[in-house]
Design a protein. Structure first.
Lengths: 207, 207
DNA sequence: TTCCTCCCTGTACTTTGGTACAATTGTTTT
DNA sequence: AAAACAATTGTACCAAAGTACAGGGAGGAA
C-alpha cells in the first residue's frame, strides 16, 4: 500500500492529484511534512510559484528528512531546464502538475518501483546527450598512443589548465610539461593546445 | 494483463525470467516472434553471445514488427556501453539477465508504465552527462551579451583558429581580433582562449 | 651489456597571446 | 546635440606557448 504526500504551495491546484490519490495527504510546509508519521513511499513536490532556484533546495531538505524516499516534482510550467535541475538533485520524476489522474498514477507506479519518469521529449534529449558522450569512447586511435604521463598532461590541458598549472598538478617542471606537450602534438598530428582541446572534446573526454 | 515475450538465443539461461513471468513465452528467432498473436505488452531481448553490434539491429527489427512495443534488453555481461547502445535505439530498459524474479517484475512494471529502467550507476552517469550539457544553459548571459562581431570572433576561436587566422577569416587586423577577444574575456569573466573554448563547448555549441 | 622508451630537466630563442593606453569613425540612444 | 556603444587600428610591452638542442636516470627488451 503506497502512501502519498504532496508538499504544495498551491493546494487549490491539486484537484487532479487528489483524484489520483484520494488517500494521499497534502501539506503546505516542510515542518508539516517532517511531522508525518507512517511509511511514506512517495513525496510529491509542487512548487508552483517558487523561483526555480529554490526547488532544488526544498528537494534536498526533503531528502534530508527522508533519505530513502523517492521524490516527484510537479511543475505547472514544465521546462527541460527545470526538469534537469530537479533530477540532478535526486528527483525520480518530473511531470506536469495538471496531468491526468491516470498519468499521475502511472508516474507513481514507475517511480515507486525504482524507475525514472521524465517526459519523452526530455528523454530523447538526455539519451542523445548521453550517446554523444559515451559513444565516441570506443574509437580513439589518438589517446591510446600516448604514454600514461602524456595522457595526464593532455587531460589537464583539456580542462583548460596552463602549462604552469599542469606542472603544479603533476608536480613537475613547466619545462617537462612542454616536453610532453610537444610529444603529444607530434603523435596526434596537431599544432597546439587549442587543437588538442578540440581533439579531446571530439573524442569523448568524459570524466 | 501483461503478456511477455522473450527473444533469446540461450533459453536455458532464462530460469529467473520464467519464474518472474510463468505465463510468458520464449521464442528463439525473429520470425517466431513475428508470428506471435495477441496483445504483447513487453518484448524482452536476451542476446547472450551475439556481438554487441547486432543487438541494436535486432532491436530495430523488433521495433519494425511492433512499432509501439516496449523493449527491455537482458544482458549476461552488462556494460554501460552496451546499455547506451540499446537505449539509443529505443530500448526502454536494460538489466542483468540473471536478476532476481522480483527485480525483473519490477522492471516490467516500470517499463510497461512508460518508465525507463537503467541501473543506478548508469543513471548517475547519464544524469551527470545530461547535467553538464543542459545545466550551463541557465546561467548564460554569456554569448547573448556579445556583440555580433564578438560572437563571430568567439566562434572562430572556438573552432581552434589563431588570432591570425581569425583576422584573415573576418578580413580585419590581428590587432582588432585581440580587441574583440579582450572584450569577450571581460564580458564572460574568463582569462584566455582556452577558457573560452571550455565555455563554448559547455554552452551547447552542439548540433 | 646494449638499445630503446619513458620521464625528467636545463638554456635559449621565436612566435603567439593578452593587456595598457590611445585614437578614429559611424550608429544608436537619450 | 551629447552620450553611449560598436567596430576598427596603432604602438608598445609582458606573459605564455612552443621549438631547438642537449643531457641524465630508470627500467625493460634484445
Amino acid at each position: 500500500m503506497n502512501t502519498h504526500i504532496c508538499l504544495s504551495d498551491r493546494p487549490e491546484h491539486l484537484n487532479r492529484w487528489r483524484q489520483a490519490f484520494p488517500t494521499g495527504t497534502v501539506v503546505a510546509t516542510l515542518s508539516a511534512l517532517s511531522r508525518t508519521t507512517g511509511a511514506t513511499t512517495l513525496v510529491w513536490l509542487h512548487a508552483e510559484n517558487l523561483p526555480q532556484a529554490h526547488i532544488d533546495e526544498t528537494l534536498l531538505e526533503v531528502r534530508e528528512l527522508f533519505p530513502d524516499i523517492r521524490i516527484v516534482v510537479l511543475s505547472s510550467t514544465p521546462s527541460q531546464k527545470e526538469a534537469l535541475l530537479a533530477l540532478n538533485v535526486g528527483a525520480s520524476g518530473y511531470c506536469h502538475a495538471q496531468s491526468t489522474p491516470q498519468m499521475l498514477q502511472q508516474v507513481a507506479t514507475v517511480v515507486s518501483n525504482g524507475g525514472l519518469w521524465i517526459g519523452p521529449q526530455l528523454m530523447t534529449r538526455v539519451m542523445a546527450a548521453a550517446g554523444r558522450i559515451f559513444a565516441p569512447e570506443p574509437d580513439h586511435p589518438g589517446l591510446k598512443q600516448l604514454t600514461p604521463r602524456e595522457n595526464e598532461v593532455a587531460l589537464a590541458v583539456g580542462r583548460g589548465a596552463s602549462n604552469r598549472e599542469v606542472a603544479e598538478q603533476l608536480d613537475i617542471t613547466e619545462r617537462t610539461v612542454k616536453a610532453h606537450l610537444g610529444a603529444i602534438f607530434e603523435k596526434l598530428g596537431i599544432r597546439d593546445r587549442l587543437q588538442l582541446m578540440l581533439f579531446l572534446s571530439r573524442s569523448g573526454s568524459s570524466s
